[in-house]
Write a protein that binds this ligand. Structure first.
Ligand code: CMC
Length: 429
C-alpha cells in the first residue's frame, strides 16, 4: 500500500498538526484540512483562491494550460463532434451513451419539454419589462411546487427524474420569459425538432407561420450550449451545491444557481460585453475606451478569467464559430462587429492586457454570436442558464450521492465588536 503523504502545519506557539496530502486523477494535490479544527484554528480563504470545496469527477480545468475536459473528454472534441443532448447525457451519467441509451434519453427529454399549464400564470405576475433573468429565478424556483411526486432527494430515481425535467423544461421557461417580455403568445414545444431547434422555435416561432430553423443558427447555438454546459466549481455551481447541501429540492437549488449566474462578473458578462460594445459605438472610439480601461475607470467586459490565465479553450472554439457565423450571415461589415474585432485585436496586442493575461473570454464571442443570430441582449444570460442547467444538476446529483456529503458551513474571521453591554436609549451618547 502506498504511504500516506503528509503536510505539517506548525503554529507560532509551537503546536503542530499533520495533514494528509490527497491526489486527484489530474490537477494539483490538495492538503486535507478537515482535522485542522483540532488545533482550534481555521483557514482563511474568502474567495476560494486556494480551497477545493468538494471532490468531483465531472469537469476538469487547467487554467494555465488552457484545458477543459467534461468527464475526461476535451471540450474541443465535444464541441466539434458531439451535440448538446449527448454532452448532457455524458455530464449527468459519466459516459457517452450507446445508440439505444441515446435514443431513450432523447425521447425522455423531448417528452418532458412541456410545462404544467398553470405555470404559465406565474408570468402574469411580472411586469412586461421585467428582466428575463428575474422571471427565470422565480419561475424555475416555482417548479418545486409542481412535482411533489419526485422530490425525495435521497432516492436516486427521483433525482434522475428531476434532472430530466430540469433539462427539458428550462428552455421552455426561458423562451416563455422572452415571449412574455415582447407580448407574443407562448409557443408550445414541438417534438419533431431537436433540442436546439425546438428552443429556437419556441423563441422565434409564431402560431401564424411555419417555422423553419436556420442551420447556421442551430449549429452556433448548439456550440454555445455545449461550451457553457459545465465549468467546475464556479460561483453559480458552488451556490447550487451549497443550497443543495441543506437538502433543498433540486428546482430551488437550480433557481439559486440562476440568481448567482446573473451577476456581470459571471454569466451576466455576455450581456455586459454587448452593452459595452454599444456604448463604445464606433471603431474610432476603441483607443479612447481602452485607455479608460488602463486608467482603471472600468473593465473590459468579456475579457479575463479567474481560472484561465491562458486563452480560454471555450473562447478559441467560440471565436471560430463567431467568424463562421458573421461570414455566413454576411455580417462582417456590420459596424458593431467591426468594432468588436478591433477591440479583440487591440486587447491581444496591447502589453497591458498581455501582462495581465487578459484574453477575450467565451462570453465576449458568445455575446457577438448571440447578437448575430438575433437573440435579444437581455436573453444572453438566460441562454447561459439554459446551457448550464445540466452542469448544475449533474453537480447537485453527484453531491447528494456522495457519502461524505454534509451541509456546507464555512467559518469566518470575526472582526466586529467584542462583547459590550446594552445601554438604554436615553443613556447613549
Ligand atoms: N478589464 C480590465 N482589467 C482587468 C479585467 C478586465 N476585464 N479583468 C481583470 N483586470 C485586471 C485587474 O484590474 C487587475 O489589474 P491590476 O493587477 O493592475 O490591479 C488584474 O487584471 C487582475 O484582476 P483580478 O480582479 O484580480 O482578477 P480576477 O481573477 O479576480 O477576476 C474576472 C476575474 C472574470 C472577475 C475579471 O477578469 C473580470 O471582471 N472580467 C470582466 C467580466 C467577465 O468577462 N466575466 C466573465 C468571466 S467568463 C464566464 C464565466 O466563466 O462566468
Amino acid at each position: 500500500m502506498e504511504k500516506q503523504r503528509l503536510a505539517t502545519l506548525t503554529l507560532d506557539d509551537g503546536r503542530s498538526i499533520e495533514l494528509p496530502i490527497l491526489s486527484g486523477t489530474l490537477g494539483p494535490d490538495v492538503v486535507d484540512m478537515r482535522s485542522l479544527g483540532k488545533l482550534g484554528v481555521f483557514t482563511y480563504d474568502p474567495a476560494f483562491f486556494a480551497t477545493a470545496s468538494c471532490t468531483s469527477a465531472i469537469t476538469f480545468i487547467d487554467g494555465d494550460a488552457g484545458l477543459l475536459y467534461y468527464r475526461g473528454y476535451p471540450i474541443e472534441q465535444l464541441a466539434k463532434q458531439s451535440d448538446f443532448l449527448e454532452v448532457s447525457y455524458l455530464l449527468l451519467n459519466g459516459d457517452l451513451p450507446t445508440v439505444a441509451q441515446r435514443e431513450e434519453f432523447d425521447s425522455i427529454i423531448t417528452h418532458h419539454t412541456m410545462v404544467h399549464d398553470q405555470l404559465a400564470r406565474f408570468f402574469n405576475g411580472f411586469r412586461r419589462d421585467a428582466h428575463p433573468m428575474a422571471v427565470m429565478v422565480g419561475v424555475v424556483g416555482a417548479l418545486s411546487a409542481f412535482y411533489h411526486d419526485s422530490l425525495d432527494i435521497n432516492n436516486p430515481q427521483h433525482r434522475k427524474i428531476s434532472a430530466h425535467r430540469l433539462l427539458a423544461k428550462v428552455p421552455t421557461i426561458a423562451a416563455m420569459s422572452h415571449k412574455y417580455h415582447i407580448g407574443s403568445p407562448f409557443m408550445y414545444p414541438k417534438n419533431k425538432f431537436s433540442y436546439v431547434e425546438n428552443f429556437l422555435y419556441m423563441m422565434f416561432g409564431t402560431p401564424a407561420e411555419d417555422y423553419v430553423p436556420n442551420p447556421v443558427m442551430v449549429r452556433a447555438l448548439e456550440r454555445i450550449f455545449i461550451l457553457h454546459a459545465d465549468h467546475e466549481q464556479n460561483a453559480s455551481t458552488s451556490t447550487v451545491r451549497l443550497a443543495g447541501s441543506s437538502g433543498a429540492n433540486p428546482f430551488a437549488c437550480i433557481a439559486s444557481g440562476i440568481a448567482a449566474l446573473w451577476g456581470p462578473a459571471h454569466g451576466g458578462a455576455n450581456e455586459a460585453a454587448l452593452k459595452m460594445l454599444e456604448e463604445i459605438g464606433d471603431v474610432s472610439r476603441v483607443a479612447e475606451y481602452v485607455q479608460g480601461v488602463k486608467d482603471k475607470k472600468y473593465r473590459l467586459m468579456g475579457f479575463g478569467h479567474r481560472v484561465y490565465k491562458n486563452m480560454d479553450p471555450r473562447a478559441s472554439v467560440m471565436r471560430e464559430t463567431c467568424y463562421e457565423v458573421l461570414r455566413e450571415l454576411r455580417l462582417e461589415n456590420n459596424k458593431l462587429f467591426e468594432l468588436a474585432m478591433e477591440l479583440e485585436r487591440v486587447a491581444l496586442s496591447d502589453p497591458y492586457f498581455i501582462e495581465r493575461k487578459l484574453y477575450p473570454n467565451v462570453d465576449f464571442y458568445s455575446g457577438i454570436v448571440l447578437r448575430a443570430i438575433g437573440i435579444p441582449t437581455n436573453m444572453f444570460t438566460v441562454i447561459f442558464a439554459v446551457a448550464r442547467t445540466i452542469g448544475w444538476v449533474s453537480q447537485w446529483n453527484e453531491m447528494i450521492g456522495d457519502s461524505e456529503q454534509k451541509i456546507g458551513r464555512p467559518r469566518q474571521l470575526y472582526r466586529g465588536s467584542a462583547q459590550r453591554d446594552f445601554q438604554p436609549i436615553e443613556q447613549r451618547g
